[in-house]
Structure formats: structure tokens, C-alpha cells
Design a protein. Structure first.
Length: 357
């Protein structure tokens, strides 16, 4: 959510949670290799992938799990979003900028910028940001998102701050703190909720920081309380963030190999650790090779289903997409929830436990 302005909406007063059902696995190694992020459109899924080393591009697949094509060329891509004009924005920490790509109607998505003749004269393509620490300059940018006006927020990871640009690449403002407990330490993911609050995953501080519309730090959350006497892992390297239509907050907890879900107030709800089955494209590949079939039979099958270092999480309606970075695939879940009006649910109690009598 929060990829384009029409997606930021007022959540219901409350919800009845039914659960998070595993739906499908898409992609495989050599197709969605080291997938970092994704964008859903009506017919196509755009998957941002990294090379095994320097490099990366965008792979197009569909719900039939067909490999359609690949385009773009990046150094060390991190996140990708799409605006209301269907332009794609890609943050590249290796080039210290955000690339903007549009569909030219003939060749598909290409970088916005010069014509072929101008390219021959080394004219620069349109990029937001350049390396440095001044206003409008970036050092290893990671998370990106739009606000309701489609101004672009960029997590300036190397400079431990957030920068805001308009869609023409003009710098508008900077969010940062240099003293006290509000200082960011390697921030990574970002999302904006229906109130206009800016949520940032603070990687090395293992928390989610919340800033108001003016960029003032208001609070942080992320602690997962011990439940039923069982110890739980706390956040360790929180990366991408997404907010669904109910206001729930999803965090790719990368070093713990999971996605953690919080409600709109930052209270822990549950976690997703992975339930993958064999993708259609993976099945086709494996069935074509007796050697691969034997190797798969000999492998630890319990590990097949689990997430491995997810870098991002995206929500579209009831669907939850998890780019499963270390397993080169997308795991897709479907949320079951029902909106409740104020008249349908008892008022929030002022004591910690409400007994059903």
C-alpha cells in the first residue's frame, strides 16, 4: 500500500480478523533471482531483482507464473513503486539515486530522459538525487513511497535521514535528528498511513519510528511481548514496510526470516514465517531434469516452505506479497478480515482484560 495517492484511504473503525491464509508461490531462481520488491498491476506483476553480484533489473511475470520479459539496468536496486501515471520508480543504492521509468508504448518501460541521439552525446537520463550529504543528495537510498500528493519520500540510508522530493526531482524537505533517542541508525523501509504519519524502519535500532506530517518524531514501536510464557524473537534488521487498507502494518523482519504484523497503533498481531509450495514455473523446470528431481528429494524439505531474508512486503487489497529474497520467489497470502463500525463493537476497556461473561 501507499504506492500511489489513491491507495491511502481511511481504514474502518475496527476489524474482525479471520487470519492470513497462504495462497500461492510465484517465480523461481533464474527468473525472480534475489527478488527485492514488487508492484502489482491488473495483469502483470513487476518484480525487482538483483544479480548475483552487481547488477539488477525488473522481471515481468503473471498469475500463470509465466516469465514474460525483463527490462531495466541497475547497479544495486532496493525498492520499486508505481505512481498514478504508471511510471515506475526504483531506488538504487549503488548509484545513489532513484530512477524513473515510463512505458513508451513501443519498447515498454524505459528510463525517462534523452532521445537516442542525445544518449550518443552522453546526456544524463532523469534521476532523482545524486551522491552526497547535502540537501537533495543521497547516500545509498533504500525505501521509497509517495504521500497523498504523490511527493516522493526517499530513505537516505547512508545519511540516516529521510528526504522529500516532488516528482520533478526537486528537493522539498529533510527529516532527520542528530541527538538523543530519536536519531535514526541505518533507516531502511518507509510507508505513510491515512493520517499522513511517516513510518520508517530503523534497521540498527530494531524499531519502527513514527514521524508526523511536519517530520517531527512522535513515537516508536516494535517490541513483541512474551505471550503464553513462550519467548519470542524481537525485531532484528527490519526492512520494507507496507500498510494495508485496514491500517495494519507489515514489516519485513529480515534477519529473523519473517514478516511481522502490527495493528495501526503498533501492537503486535502475528508473524508469517513461510508456507511456500512449488511454483508452477519451478515445477516445469524440475520435472524436466531427473538430476534436479533427485537432488530435491534428498534435500531438507522442511526448509522449502520457509522465508529466507525477505527484503520487502507489499499489500494490495486483501493480498500480501512477500518477496522471498533468499529463495528467489514470491510468497502470496490472503488476509481474511471484516470491517466493523463503532456500533458493532464494544468500547475499548480501560483495563487490560475484557472477560466474556
Amino acid at each position: 500500500m501507499t504506492q500511489a495517492k489513491e491507495r491511502i484511504k481511511e481504514p474502518p473503525y475496527a476489524i474482525l480478523r479471520g487470519g492470513y491464509k497462504y495462497k500461492e508461490t510465484l517465480g523461481m531462481r533464474r527468473v525472480t533471482t534475489y527478488c527485492m520488491d514488487m508492484v502489482e498491476t491488473e495483469d502483470i506483476l513487476y518484480v525487482l531483482i538483483r544479480a548475483d553480484g552487481v547488477g539488477g533489473n525488473i522481471r515481468r511475470i503473471n498469475w500463470k507464473d509465466e516469465d514474460l520479459d525483463v527490462f531495466g539496468s541497475f547497479t544495486w536496486p532496493v525498492q520499486m513503486i508505481q505512481d498514478s501515471e504508471r511510471k515506475l520508480y526504483v531506488s538504487d543504492e549503488g548509484k545513489h539515486c532513484v530512477y524513473v521509468l515510463k512505458d513508451d508504448g513501443e519498447k515498454g518501460y524505459v528510463a525517462i530522459g534523452p532521445t537516442a541521439d542525445a544518449q550518443k552525446s552522453n546526456t544524463k537520463t532523469f534521476e532523482i538525487g545524486e551522491y552526497g550529504s547535502g540537501d537533495g543528495q543521497l547516500d545509498s537510498p533504500s525505501g521509497i513511497c509517495f504521500d497523498e500528493n504523490e511527493d516522493l519520500y526517499v530513505v537516505d540510508t547512508g545519511n540516516n535521514r529521510i528526504q522529500k522530493f516532488d516528482k520533478n526531482g526537486n528537493h522539498l524537505s529533510t527529516i532527520e535528528s542528530k541527538t538523543g533517542d530519536t536519531v535514526l541508525d541505518m533507516p531502511w523501509g518507509i510507508a505513510i498511513n491515512h493520517k499522513g504519519e511517516i513510518l520508517v524502519s530503523d534497521w540498527r535500532n530494531n524499531r519502527i519510528c513514527v514521524f508526523d506530517k511536519s517530520g517531527e518524531f512522535t513515537r516508536s514501536f516494535g517490541e513483541i511481548h512474551i505471550s503464553l510464557g513462550q519467548e519470542v524473537n524481537q525485531l532484528d534488521g527490519p526492512a520494507g514496510i507496507s500498510i494495508d487498507d485496514d491500517g495494519d502494518i507489515y514489516v519485513a523482519d529480515r534477519n529473523n526470516n519473517r514478516v511481522v504484523i502490527y495493528d495501526r497503533e503498533g501492537k503486535y498481531v502475528t508473524q508469517i514465517i513461510g508456507d511456500a509450495t512449488l511454483s508452477q514455473i519451478g515445477k516445469t523446470y524440475i520435472m524436466s531434469s531427473p538430476r534436479v528431481l533427485r537432488l530435491r528429494e534428498m534435500a531438507n524439505r522442511e526448509q522449502w516452505r520457509l522465508l529466507r531474508a525477505p527484503a520487502s512486503v507489499r499489500t494490495y487489497g486483501k493480498l500480501i506479497y512477500i518477496p522471498d529474497f533468499g529463495c528467489h520467489r514470491l510468497q502470496v497470502y490472503e488476509k481474511e478480515s471484516y470491517p466493523l463500525s463503532k456500533d458493532e463493537i464494544f468500547e475499548e476497556p480501560n483495563h487490560p482484560t475484557l472477560y466474556n461473561v
